[in-house]
Design a protein around this ligand. Sequence first.
Ligand code: UDP
Length: 335
Amino acid sequence: MIDSEIREISRNLGSISYEDSTILITGGAGFLGSWICDSLIQQNAQVICLDNLSSGRLENISHLLDNDHFRFIEHDISIPVDLDEKLDFIFHLASRASPFEFEKFPLDILKSNTYGTLNSLELAKRSNAIMLFTSTSEVYGDAHIVPTPESYQGNVNPVGIRGCYDEAKRVGEAFCMAYVRQFNCDVRIARIFNTYGPRMRSDGYYGRVIPRFIQQANNGDPITIFGDGKQTRSFCYITDQVEGLFRLAGTDNLKGEIVNIGNPEEVTILQLAHNIIVETNSKSPTIFQELPPDDPKRRCPVIEKARDLLEWHPKISLKDGLRRTIYSFNDKHKH
Ligand code: UDP
């Protein structure tokens, strides 16, 4: 299934191709990073995957380790790194991203998005590479304007539990713009909205809402709704997200652009739970648990900018994406 979806990404990219480019992916063993590595290998790029395996997993990239076009470096990007290769592109993704991890590992998160972004920018500057920083819808915090355009400046609690992630990504963005303005580097910023799909972790601190609900439904365990479940999210399927990121890094003349990449199909968490129960044919009940502090009430992107600049729009509906993800959670279908 993943192989055919990787080919689907290349087809959707049309004339954009990374063939023969040398590309560094920080966080390349994570959920999103490993899809990017797979897709770049499929496009005949030279891939350097850097990951400290904190939340990323070797099993996501183990099938690539023998490939001549692929090099894995176990390293934490918040510590400077020297590379022999001349890079054409850098995708800086390295960061823990689950709200449960915000509480447990706030310093890791602050470092990978601040020092890590600075170290990535230095590499980009040295190689004259195009750099894409994966920022987040979290820079908008608990937004007052929803759907949210890139021009919205955010409502973030810097000292709350989510502050380590939200503020670190905001500093990361500020570093990127400083390198654009002071050194004329070609940096682009993607503000990623909730993304899901095969390979997403469901375990422990790492589990985001969709893999958690799928696992609970498959096991017949109660589905844990936080708060009243009326908060919303807009979920983007992984192949759409990867295509959007490739378009943002691979389109000419986008230096210093900031673009929301997400799917504007907004659902409440209650609706999401219902959809997953139906799709998995589960008998799981729903139970209500305390809402974590600062959990945004609504989240939905305006994607006009991505449509105009990147000719991109998401193609996979939540229903289709959930089916694909649920299918992949069945052990038999993992590769
Ligand atoms: N959520 C939930 N039950 C869970 C996990 C998450 O109701 O077991 C809610 C969470 O409170 C949030 C939404 O689902 O409102 C999305 O959570 P996720 O952890 O995926 O990431 P977030 O969008 O909050 O960064």
